[in-house]
Design a protein around this ligand. Structure first.
Ligand SMILES: Cc1cc2nc3c(=O)[nH]c(=O)nc-3n(C[C@H](O)[C@H](O)[C@H](O)COP(=O)(O)OP(=O)(O)OC[C@H]3O[C@@H](n4cnc5c(N)ncnc54)[C@H](O)[C@@H]3O)c2cc1C
Length: 379
């Protein structure tokens, strides 16, 4: 049973099902049109897959990123073969806004090139040739051809449609309680808000920013909720329409462009052919602040004239779950038969395939609980 139909939960459900397991996906938003899921992090995401330009080049985070980049390639091919294509635009150009960033990029390029990764340093002159123009203050850039961007809504729909065609079980209800089953086989009983009850040997908790609330309802005295704390961080994003079609139809842009953490993503596939996604804000908490859009729109005072003249045609927001005091994501077997797949913060789209692979390994390896912490429902 998988709780939460964001990209992480749907990827887990899809992969578990493809491995031959019987899966029930539970999410209240499954009842409605996709709009009902607007506030889930996944449908709000921009879909940037930032793998090879990641700051840290070692450790678990790095391995998960590399694994996910490779998995997205094979998952997209697999889904497209069965009639569920996911649009993907390769290439990511990180602009350098300061001397420090330029030096960092130079070090990163050298280090990654030594490992055979195809990162390229672009000179100030080369980035100045881009059309539409990028901020004039850009001192250069780091280009990664193997990173890129996919449409997260389309990815969700493709995985769900493929899993549904193969008989995925769905329950449109909000999980309000989860209790361990007694008996040798173990497992869990779910109580839904609308009165549904379901049982499963394994449960994957993938409810995004709602996961802490679910953890708090596990009947263990709140131990798991305090052991795995997470905070919501809201993000706003915009779809803009350019005043005129870029002279060369975005062709000189090598993919998504990143300026000071803000993503500029050409969407020539959207109506009219001259749209751009711009985002996202980082706002601790659950409430959006309209004023946070100003630095986004103005690129902190560096927006070129074409960007200032672009007209917003859509504005949306979503929540990310950021782990407290631990690196993202939280992939943990937190009790016998209970897997936490949460806290993906800013990289849940990228990391969904590696997270699903981890969940499958747990279920198939049957490590009932690798935590030293015993789970006592009567605590
Ligand atoms: C504006 C924005 C831009 C982003 N851009 C990127 C990006 O470019 N690249 C990237 O990799 N990541 C990006 N992210 C982060 C990414 O979206 C998240 O890390 C990812 O969506 C997390 O997925 P999830 O499945 O864990 O959670 P979610 O997508 O939030 O899904 C959780 C699901 O759980 C369901 N749920 C809640 N409570 C319950 C319950 N009690 N019972 C059952 N189901 C429940 C909800 O309805 C929801 O559908 C962005 C996020 C935002 C907000």
């Amino acid at each position: 049973m998988v709780l939460g139909a964001g990209l992480v939960g749907v990827a887990c459900a899809w992969l578990l099902q493809r491995r031959g397991h019987r899966v029930l996906l539970v999410d209240p938003a499954l009842a409605g049109p996709p709009d009902a899921m607007l506030r889930n992090g996944s449908r709000a995401a921009l879909g940037v897959l930032m793998g090879q330009v990641a700051h840290r080049g070692s450790g678990r985070g790095w391995r998960l990123r590399q694994q996910s980049l490779a998995l997205w390639r094979s998952w997209r091919a697999d889904l497209a073969r069965r009639g569920y294509p996911i649009a993907y635009r390769p290439g990511l150009l990180m602009l350098a806004a300061s001397g420090n960033q330029l030096e960092h990029q130079q070090r990163l390029a050298l280090e990654r090139q030594r490992r055979g990764l195809p990162l390229e340093l672009w000179s100030r002159e080369r980035v100045a040739e881009l059309d539409p123009v990028v901020p004039a203050a850009a001192l250069g850039g780091l280009f990664s051809p193997d990173d890129g961007q996919l449409d997260p809504g389309q990815a969700l729909d493709a995985l769900l449609a493929d899993a549904n065609a193969a008989g995925l079980g769905q329950l449109a209800d909000r999980a309000v309680a989860l209790e361990p089953l007694t008996g040798a086989a173990g497992g869990w009983r779910l109580q839904g808000e609308a009165g549904h009850v379901a049982e499963a040997e394994w449960v994957v908790l993938a409810a995004g920013a709602a996961t802490p609330a679910l953890l708090a309802r596990l009947g263990d005295g709140g131990t798991l909720a305090t052991t795995w704390p997470m905070q919501p961080v809201l993000g706003q994003a915009l779809e803009l329409e350019l005043p005129a079609e870029p002279a060369n139809g975005w062709r000189p842009w090598p993919g998504a462009v990143v300026w000071e953490g803000i993503n500029l993503i050409p969407r020539p596939d959207r109506p009219g052919g001259r749209r751009l996604w711009l985002g996202a804000t980082l706002e601790p908490g659950r409430e959006a602040d309209g004023a946070a859009l100003d630095p986004l729109r103005s690129l902190g005072g560096h927006a070129p004239a074409w960007l200032k003249a672009a007209v917003p045609v859509a504005h949306w927001q979503g929540l990310r779950a950021r782990p407290d005091g631990r690196p993202a994501p939280l992939l943990e077997p937190i009790a016998p038969g209970l897997l936490l797949a949460g806290g993906h913060y800013r990289n849940g789209v990228l990391l969904a395939p590696a997270s699903a692979t981890w969940a499958v390994e747990q279920v198939e390896g049957k490590p009932r609980c690798s935590q030293a912490m015993p789970f006592d429902p009567n605590m």
